[in-house]
Design a protein around this ligand. Sequence first.
Ligand code: FES
Ligand code: FES
Length: 477
Amino acid sequence: MHDWNQGQPTTRGRPRVVDETLRDGLQSASVVEPPIDRKVALLHQMARIGVDCVSLGLPAAGPRALRDAVALGREVEAARLPFTCTAAARTTEGDVLAVVEVSQRAGRPVEVYAFIGSSPIRRYVEGWTLELLRGRVLASGEVARRAGVPFCLVLEDTTRTPPDTLRAMFQAAVDVGARRVCLCDTVGHADPHGVEALVRFARQALTELGAPATELDWHGHDDRGLSLANALAAARAGVDGVHGTAGGVGERCGNTAMEHLVVALSSEFDRACPPSRAIDAYSALARAALLGPTRFDEPLDRLTLHVNGAPVDVATRPSRTLLELLRYDLGLIGTKQGCDKGDCGACTVLVDGEPVLACLTLALGCEGAHVTTVESLNGAPRLDPLLDAFDRRGAGQCGFCTPGMLMASKALLARDRAPSRQAIREAICGNLCRCTGYGAIVDAVELAARLASGDDPAAPERPNEPAPHRPYGRRGA
Ligand code: FES
Ligand code: FES
């Protein structure tokens, strides 16, 4: 047999495998925090599938996170598991000291993975200067250095950070004696070519800074389904460590699936593959630990409420959100499920006239309430002025945010019949439009207020008439 996969040039040997399940994995919105005995069981299973390094968590996140990280570190030590250990920290003194405490109480070195974002978009949003970023790295790295624990600089969103900024951040890492720099594709932006270019650049830059021995890690997310390909590209380009999580759980779309990563790296670097039984057991254990008791085990409760004026009487589980009830039990799919964690506003509905995020509202909490969804706007006897105005002003592009925008605006117009543009902006400020059509949306709500009062500024225009073509661009918000 001929294997076309073999013989690809690689600059170094197989990178170490870093398991981030108990840190990044637990940041998934879909998992539960497992009890410590399950975390410990998972730790042992990691050893059986060839994991080299394990993240013990983010100890500064709270007393439980600290306690668990210490317990896990002690277990690694007591059971002589073949791991090195890391723990995450923001680039602050307090967070680094929490990792130092874990290291001391566990009786073994725990490397600080101190993270900070330096991409232009993050700096713009946070108002961070490059000097501030470098200062935070230097200060937190110094805390680790004085405590004698190794330090890794984790650069969030590295794949969208310009070379000059990266050079300056690498310089800070070198100045503080970092053992390693972790290159991150935190938003799943990169493709394999970009990853290879970034790794080559980082290696070259560190060499030019006189620190060629500084190691590189790769941490990639799966927003575009490329995380495994990117991890392999990073490995081929010569990083020293690659991150993954059980089942690929992690922030938003998740991380690189560890089950795939260990197999792919074995094949790529011609090493023995972990036994499939061990990988299956790891996967099953992680699923059981992270998903917790299945929600289908919950008893059903009776719920009565009114939805768009009609009485509803259903049996539902205590954990059911109002959003799930509307979309999946009542078939009212006009209300959108966007982030499902209170960030985007796409799920906005009215409960007793007030806008609420249905994804964060338990259905049982709406006992006896009057819930109004976007479907109500299309009712007889006439189209709601908001729908008419959104249509005329071209206020929907992809339309994903539109139901939430409409319901937030509906609540506004119910309490203020002639809102100012500022009041409109404030009413929709919790609703994100990823197409960024805010100008047209504010125009539309302003027009809806006029239509509702009988003042139609374009009398010849009829409702539902296609909006005239308008060029894209800023529309005077
Ligand atoms: S889906 Fe509820 S806020 Fe995004
Ligand atoms: S129209 Fe696309 S998200 Fe707002």
